[in-house]
Design a binder for this molecule. Structure first.
Ligand code: BV8
Ligand code: ZN
Length: 242
């Protein structure tokens, strides 16, 4: 099928969907200038996300891990949502309680665009959690102190983010399960499909009878099982679906 025919088919499938779920990854924010994890711009001082986004790394060297997050927060502070984020807000406005967004991104750009019906399943880089008293709070300080501490109990703060080897939060898992199993269309945008459990959502949706559409610059481990695979930039293709 030609690209145009693929887009027309995806538009028609979306228009006739009763309930939709959207799953996004770093690729949707790439068009806002945010480095992806596994692309060419994915490294920081030759560390990979998998090396730093772990409880062990934080235990071993909290200063290094906070330096990485501070570097990402400084980049994100000047970034705006792009037309792909904006289109997903429009989907929410049109489908209301028959639409749910699941994002792996911690950049907060979906919320900044206006999305409210969403699960940030890996957390949010602008939220911190106390390793002592567990208090969760918003924090937009730039730059962060080298080792940020809790105002209440003075223990070390950590990013309120799900690291590798940590389980996702129960409420998010329940919400994702419900959205993925009840949708009749799942739109997967800008994820390399390697990080679980999110990487399993496309096959879960297929098993539950949904139609799955993927938008990515390149093919992914899920490309063979999706119904429609649109290759291109999220900011260009997602707006064409409405
Ligand atoms: C869990 C927060 C149960 C950090 C992230 C061994 C021990 C323990 C666990 C495991 C193990 N082996 C496997 C696991 C499970 C592990 C996992 O999946 N590992 C992978 C690496 C194999 N998962 C977990 O640990 C999860 N928890 O399983 O709990 C458990 C508990 C204990 C023991 C066992 C199991 C927790 C995973 C969450 C990790 N946290 N982020 C932070 O961000 O600071 S994951 C990190 O990767 C980001 O959140 C990111 O969102 C996510 C996925 O990456 P993508 O979003 O897909 O980004 P990527 O760069 O990879 O790809 C970008 C894509 O966009 C590309 O395809 C590109 O082509 C495309 N693109 C680029 N530009 C554009 C575009 N597309 C369109 N338009 C463009 N312009
Ligand atoms: Zn505290």
């Amino acid at each position: 099928m030609s690209d145009n025919a693929l887009i027309q088919s995806a538009r028609a499938q979306l228009a006739s969907a009763r309930s939709i779920a959207v799953l996004t990854g770093a690729g949707i924010s790439a068009d806002s200038g945010v480095p992806t994890f596994r692309g060419a711009d994915g490294l920081w001082r030759n560390y990979r996300a998998e090396d730093l986004a772990t409880p062990e790394a934080f235990e071993r060297d909290p200063r290094l891990v906070w330096e990485w997050y501070n570097w990402r927060r400084e980049i994100l502070a000047t970034k705006q949502p792009n037309p792909a984020h904006d289109t997903i807000v429009k989907l929410e406005q049109q489908w209301g309680d028959r639409m749910w967004l699941i994002t792996q991104n911690v950049d907060g750009l979906h919320r900044a665009a206006g999305s409210q019906r969403l699960s940030e399943i890996h957390g949010n880089i602008w939220t911190v959690r106390c390793t002592g008293c567990g208090v969760i709070s918003g924090n937009r300080e730039i730059p962060l102190p080298i080792l940020p501490t809790c105002r209440l109990c003075h223990a070390l703060l950590r990013p309120h983010i799900v690291w590798f080897g940590e389980s996702l939060w129960e409420e998010d898992l329940r919400r994702c399960d419900q959205a993925i199993r009840s949708c009749d269309l799942l739109l997967v945008v800008g994820t390399s499909g390697v990080v679980y459990p999110a990487a399993g959502f496309a096959s879960m949706a297929k098993e539950a009878g949904a139609l799955v559409i993927e938008i990515n610059l390149e093919s992914t481990p899920q490309s063979d099982l999706v119904d429609l695979s649109l290759q291109g930039r999220a900011k260009d293709l997602v707006p064409l679906l409405l």
